[in-house]
Every structure is written in C-alpha cells, then in structure tokens.
Design a protein around this ligand. Structure first.
Ligand code: NAD
Ligand code: FES
Length: 277
C-alpha cells in the first residue's frame, strides 16, 4: 500500500499526486516510469515520474483523467492509498553534455519532460524548452521548466498564451530562424512526437522520444508494449521508453494505443453510471 501525501489539481482534469514510496524514490532517475494499480479491480497503468525526493521518500506523478483507471486515481485524496506501485521501470535518459538541447513537452507530457530537462541542464547542456497545451488553462509545469531552461517558448493550439499553434510548429519556427540544436527530446502525445520527428528529420538533429504504449507487466514478458523501431520489434518497458524518433513507427504505435478504444469507452460509461467500482 502506498500512501498519497499530497494531491493537487494542476488544470482541469490534470492532477498531481505525491506518493510515499521511499524504495522507488531512492533509485529513480530521469526518464523512468512506474506502473500502478489503484485497487484490486484496477488495470495496470504506466506513468512517467514527474519528480521524486529521496529525503522525503516520495515520488510525484501527474496524470490526465481520461479513462476509468485515471478517473479512479483522480478520486483518491491525501491519506488514501494506492494498492500496487512498481518501479522505477525502464531505462533512464542518457544524460550527458550534448551541447544545446531542445526539450519539447506537450500537454501532460510536460511533467514527464521536466526531470529530463533538469538532468540535462545539470549535466551542463544549454536547454531551450518548448512547452505547449491546447489552451492557456491547460498549461502545466511552466515554472518548473523555467527553472532549468536557458530559454523557454510557449505555444497553445488556440493562441490563448504564447505562439498560436502546435509545439512542433514552434520548433520549426526556431529552426527556420537559425537555432542550432545538438539534440531534441520530445515527450507528449504520439502525434506530437511524430510531428517533432518530422520537423527535425530534414535538419538531421538527433531526436529522442519517450513512448507511451499500453503496458501490462512492465518487465518485458507480456508483449503489450511492443513497438516497431528501425523495423525491429522492441518492448518499450525494457528496451525504452526512450527511442530514436526518426526510427519509430508512429502509425503502429497509434494503432496499438487505440486497440481497446471501444472497450475503454464502454467501461467509462459504466463507471460514470456508478456501476463499476
Ligand atoms: P494534448 O492533446 O492536449 O496535446 C498537447 C500538445 O501537444 C498540444 O498543445 C500540441 O502542442 C501538441 N500536439 C498535440 N497533437 C499534435 C499533433 N497532431 N501534431 C503536433 N503537435 C501536437 O495532450 P494531452 O491531452 O495533455 O495528452 C497528453 C498525452 O501525452 C497523452 O496521450 C499521454 O499518453 C501522453 N503522455 C506521454 C508521456 C510519455 O512519456 N510519452 C508522458 C505523459 C503523457
Ligand atoms: Fe509487458 Fe512491456 S509491458 S512486455
């Protein structure tokens, strides 16, 4: 059992929880994730670490309430407990001094991009961050990202804050203006990561993305998280979650992410009628 010691709503439908998990906090590194199960009927959901504190023995998770599991998680409050928490999982971000790195975060993915930006900044890189959301009220972790960014650019799809358009459009703008990056990191929805990869490809900038497929065991045994990278099948949980964006088959990733969309919709309807606990 893992106790929630803090809970905040960062934006409509986006929640932050701080969970007491000293064993995970002790080993956590940027880019890693956990798999949790809210209760005994819950499914296993992967969440990238947004932060951790070794002294306090806590990890911080940020999630968007989209389906039954994340809505169940969102209903928990301070002092409630999560049944299972497994982690840290996945390979950490390869942190070294690359030079100038652009960290791109989209939507809830900004919280997952934050520890990566921090680790890369602490390793001596110049960090140019691009963060974006659908609308100004959905933009999260702006102050956190600012703290570890030499420059920060903001976009919103509707133009309510910063540049009007997608984060990938803003990245393209910077590149057209002559910005030079040794590396680009992108975390967010699959379509955003694909768009970022398409922008950096002609410039031949090494681009890393953190993939978010459906996961079950998180240990390389079930195959649920398989993705195609460079024409080969890879398991995101043990081979990733970070991969070379120019090698990822995003069409296949999106297809697999949507595999249970009808079942997820039905489950949510039942849950919202109060028939599924
Ligand atoms: P969203 O749909 O609101 O999009 C956020 C931003 O991403 C947009 O403002 C835009 O700038 C960009 N974007 C979205 N679609 C795009 C497209 N087609 N082309 C170019 N840019 C695009 O995101 P959300 O609702 O916050 O959803 C967050 C998503 O991030 C979820 O799918 C979640 O699974 C994923 N996520 C991934 C990780 C990870 O580790 N990869 C971590 C957390 C969240
Ligand atoms: Fe089962 Fe990766 S989640 S193999």
């Amino acid at each position: 059992m893992y106790k929630i010691i803090e809970k905040r709503e960062l934006a409509p439908g986006i929640k932050l929880i701080k969970v007491l998990a000293p064993e995970i906090a002790k080993k956590a590194k940027a880019g890693q994730f956990v798999i949790l199960r809210v209760d005994k009927t819950g499914e296993r959901i992967p969440l990238t670490l947004a932060d951790w504190d070794q002294k306090e023995g806590t990890i911080t998770l940020v999630f968007l309430e989209v389906g039954v599991s994340t809505k169940k998680l969102g209903r928990l409050n301070k002092d409630d407990v999560i049944l299972n928490l497994l982690g840290p999982l996945g390979n950490p971000t390869e942190v070294k001094d690359y030079g100038s790195v652009c960290v791109v975060g989209g939507g809830v993915g900004i919280a997952a991009a934050y520890p990566i930006a921090r680790a890369l900044k602490e390793a001596g890189n110049k960090i140019v961050s691009i963060i974006g959301a659908r609308s100004a009220n959905l933009l999260i972790f702006e102050d956190e990202m600012k703290e570890y960014s030499d420059e920060i650019y903001i976009s919103t799809d509707d133009g309510t804050k910063g540049y009007k358009g997608f984060v990938s459009d803003l990245l393209k703008d910077l590149l057209v203006k002559g910005y030079k990056f040794d590396m680009v990191y992108a975390v967010g929805p699959a379509l955003m990561m694909r768009a970022v990869a398409d922008v950096t490809r002609p410039y031949k900038i090494k681009t890393i993305v953190s993939l978010n497929p459906i996961m079950v065991d998180g240990m390389g045994m079930c195959g649920a998280c398989r993705v195609i990278v460079g024409g080969k099948t890879r398991f995101t949980c043990v081979d990733g979650p970070e991969f070379d964006a120019h090698e990822v088959d995003f069409t296949e990733l999106v297809r697999r992410q949507r595999a249970f969309i009808e079942e997820e919709k039905k489950a949510l309807e039942i849950f919202e009628r109060g028939e599924l606990l």
